[in-house]
Ligand binder design. Structure first.
Ligand code: PMP
Length: 451
């Protein structure tokens, strides 16, 4: 049990020793610290005993809730065997079992699994594979990438090169290659000034233009399928992903699907690509892969891509990390996939998605809600200063942050994306808990935005 003296020390040490990611420390140090001590299901508990609904799945990764019996058990059992052994030229049992299982559930055609440790590294592997594939397939001139405006694929330098969020990526431009950019199908703020109902997916023409002009030098297009996460939960119009797939095939450019956020049920199907019957050439998964327990990622490829690396030493994919295919993480992932099946998670998810859809309509009753977007059990609520003109709030107002602080007071943990409030609970949330979460978000927005 922590006593008051320990608590004071923890808070002081947090401020003295930790540098938090994606966090302006000068602001952070002025706020009351939030230190999580334990969790159960979708409830997190801080060191003072206050409870919170995990409204963003501990950064978009938790799937079946915290301390899920089956996953805890699988990790403990694996600990009794071996915690880590290398995949470089050798193997371990859970990594083999998981690779087989993944190939069974991903879109048919993806047949080989390359492990890494988190989303960024899965993307890094995907980019290097796409590049080297063409080097070794008689088209060494195909070296460039296309990415979407507002894209987020991770923080490593390669992933930064295909990133499209100014605030995160601009400063590193001199350090990295820059992908060709196509407009995001962000219908609320359409770059082409079109209307969603009548545009006929004009944004696909912009993609085709870049492909037509540059295909001889283009290695791959990378996309977050159906929904761009960090860019502001931008939900793509139906048919866009399928259209991109068709264009990539037409112009002989690889399609990389970054399913790091969307994979493992978030969108209502196991993978977002399934909604439009799309099979990418390369697919990156992470976050929910282990149920949100341990860092693990996989980059899956087609037989054709794998074969381009097959043969003499010079064709090897010289890439990999120390903890690649970590047995504890693979055991957690296997257990999580078993839970999906045993508990019919995807089937039980559908009424929750419908419930969320219904409840989200209420948000239009709040004067500063500009757009409400949903994809499966993910929602983004975009707050605006002026609903008529869609004028954003000045960044200095930190409206999203203030709404999330208010939600925290009321018992829900959220993390905004600028002025977009995100709701993305674990798939295991009950209807009652979801109702409570949505009510808290509503009243936090009402309290802060109407002030
Ligand atoms: N791709 C997408 C679509 C993501 O949402 C993220 C993380 N938010 C990443 C890649 C990077 O993953 P990680 O933070 O695990 O490196």
């Amino acid at each position: 049990m922590l006593i008051a003296k320990d608590l004071n020390s923890l808070e002081a040490w947090d401020k003295n020793y930790l540098w938090h990611p994606f966090t302006q420390m000068s602001s952070f140090l002025k706020e009351d610290p939030l230190i999580i001590k334990e969790a159960k299901g979708v409830i997190l508990k801080d060191v003072h005993g206050k409870e919170y609904l995990d409204g963003v799945s501990s950064l978009w990764c938790n799937i079946h809730g915290h301390r899920k019996k089956e996953i805890d058990k699988a990790i403990k059992a694996q600990l009794g065997r071996v915690a880590h052994s290398t995949l470089l030229g050798a193997s371990n049992v859970p990594s083999i079992m998981l690779a087989k299982r993944l190939v069974e559930i991903v879109p048919a055609g993806l047949s080989k699994v390359f492990y890494s440790d988190d989303g960024s590294t899965a993307v890094e592997a995907a980019l290097k594979m796409a590049f080297q594939y063409w080097q070794q397939s008689g088209h060494p001139e195909k070296r460039k990438f296309i990415a979407l405006e507002y894209a987020y694929h991770g923080d490593t330098l390669g992933a930064t090169g295909v990133g499209g969020i100014g605030q995160f990526h601009t400063v590193y431009r001199p350090l990295t290659f820059q992908a060709l950019s196509v407009p995001s199908p962000y219908c609320y703020r359409c770059a082409l000034g079109k209307d969603k109902e009548t545009c006929g997916l004009a944004c696909l023409e912009a993609v085709e233009r870049v492909l037509r002009q540059g295909h001889k030098e283009l290695a791959a297009l990378i996309i977050e399928p159906l929904i761009q996460g960090a860019g502001g939960m931008i939900v793509h119009p139906t048919g866009y992903l399928k259209g991109v797939r068709e264009l990539c095939s037409k112009y002989n450019v690889l399609l990389i699907a970054d399913e790091i956020l969307t994979g493992f049920g978030r969108t209502g199907r196991m993978f977002a690509c399934e909604h439009e019957g799309v099979v990418p050439d390369i697919m990156a998964v992470s976050k929910g892969l282990t149920g949100g327990y341990l860092p693990l990622a996989a980059t899956l490829v087609t037989e054709d891509i794998y074969n381009a690396f097959f043969g003499d030493q010079g064709r090897t994919f010289f890439h990999g990390h120390t903890y690649t295919g970590n047995p504890l993480a693979c055991a957690a992932a296997l257990a999580s996939l078993e839970v999906f099946e045993r508990e019919a998670v995807l089937k039980k998810l559908q009424p929750k998605i419908e419930f969320l859809r219904d409840r989200l309509q209420d948000f239009y009753g709040l004067g500063h809600v500009g757009d409400v977007r949903q994809c499966g059990l993910i929602a983004g609520i975009e707050l605006v200063k002026d609903r008529q003109t869609r004028e954003p709030y000045p960044a200095t107002e930190r409206i999203g942050h203030r709404v999330c602080l208010e939600a925290r007071n009321q018992g829900a943990l959220l993390r905004p994306l600028g002025d977009v409030i995100v709701i993305m609970p674990p798939l295991s949330i009950t209807l009652r808990q979801l109702d409570r979460l949505v009510s808290i978000v509503w009243s936090a927005i009402e309290a802060v935005a109407s002030r």
